[in-house]
Design a protein around this ligand. Structure first.
Ligand SMILES: [Fe+2]
Length: 174
């Protein structure tokens, strides 16, 4: 279940239809992928070998191919963040800085949680609290940042157009 929280008003909602239409109105792609496909040993596993990461990509091969065809994505990889990650504090500090990209930023949550904080069309920032199976795509040039939930752990698939396009652009806009 995905929860949206509007930062200014504090309003929260998690009704799936409401979440979907709110994100659609803000041009954010939102999908739910089948988590039951994931091999048992990789569920909530944050210590992933390269082979494990490949297994995750293979598990969602068809879904990745499908969205890539629709959106022109060309590459994908898997990231894992937890208290075992070296420099986790520094990484989180970087993630917490508002930025945009010139391409879509796509994340599928595989384990744990992630929070995207995104600037809505009305200028107000909203939080999207994501759970395993949730896929989000933040469109180009939309200001946002990513952070972890209180459990501070996530495994996510990243899907790209190309590596140059998702480099964060941190310059403040007036
Ligand atoms: Fe980003």
């Amino acid at each position: 279940m995905t929860t949206i929280k509007l930062q200014q008003s504090g309003r929260e909602f998690s009704n799936p239809e409401e979440v979907k239409s709110f994100l659609e109105n803000n041009e954010v792609i939102y999908e739910q992928w089948d988590t039951t496909k994931l091999p048992e040993a990789l569920v909530e596993n944050y210590q992933l070998s390269d082979e494990d990461k490949q297994t995750i990509l293979d598990t969602y091969k068809e879904e990745i191919a499908d969205i890539s065809e629709r959106r022109g994505y060309k590459a994908s990889d898997v990231i894992s963040l937890s208290s075992a990650t070296p420099n986790i504090e520094q990484l989180l500090e970087n993630f917490n800085r508002e930025h945009h990209h010139t391409d879509d930023e796509v994340r599928l949550i595989v384990s744990g949680n992630g929070v995207f904080v995104i600037q809505g069309k009305d200028g107000e920032f909203f939080e999207v609290h994501l759970n395993p199976g949730d896929l989000i795509s933040v469109p180009p040039n939309i200001r946002h940042y990513f952070t972890l939930a209180d459990n501070r752990k996530v495994v996510a698939v990243r899907i790209f157009v190309d590596e140059a396009g998702w480099v964060p652009v941190y310059e403040e806009t007036a």
